[in-house]
Write a protein that binds this ligand. Sequence first.
Ligand code: XMP
Length: 249
Amino acid sequence: MKFRERMLRSAKKNDSRVVLALDFSDPYDARLARAERVLSATKGAVAAVKVNHHLLLPYGLSGIRGVIDACKGEGLPLIADLKLNDIESTNLNVVDSLLAFGFDAVIANPFVGREEGLGKVIERMHIDGGGVILLVYMSHRGAGEGYGLSDEKGVPLYRTFAARARDWGADGVVVSAKTLDKIAETRRIVGKDCLIFSPGIGPQGGDAASGAGGGADFVIVGRSVTESPDPAKALRDLRGRMAQAPAFE
Ligand code: XMP
């Protein structure tokens, strides 16, 4: 089954369009246990889990076996947020490790290009039903300094990146929940089969309901849940707000 279908199946099963960013800044000796506790309290109410350097750097893939197994046990797709941006041989080495340890998808930077960059990575992930999600427009304040740059024909980089996602057969794109116009523009370019993931909610100023209502398929949410004294409640509240947004599919 393709990554897109696995995402939609999981979203339906758990009635959730939230990708939980399992990010923690606790001391290293406490971080993993906290991640496992938060995952355990929320795993029935999220569509997928995203892991970033917060866990991957201090613990490595073998060190987060418990997190991976918990996601597998629950049928939750697992996304590595590496913003992959290297040459092909290194990128392939990275995704081979991710697949070997049970990850389902990787976030990558289309800036690196297709040839000897990401083309074969997408092919490789698809062989195993995995996915590649490309950055189109990020959620931090300086995003416009890069993704908003225009080429010599006046086309902004984010539109070029959206077109690359479509043309390269990427499974999804990341577009900030704070720029609803760009979610809509991206949707027009990538079509309905490419999933739109929207981060930037809460501490970064975006709103889950408007991000989802703006046409994203999934919102990516980290600190609003992981730093809450009651992560399960924070997630419930967030999903309640999203329920106001129009349904997808
Ligand atoms: P917060 O705590 O802000 O965490 O809800 C969001 C998570 O998503 C990552 N993030 C992004 N990832 N493109 C991405 O691929 C983005 O524009 C973006 N904005 C935030 C962030 O690193 C954290 O893991």
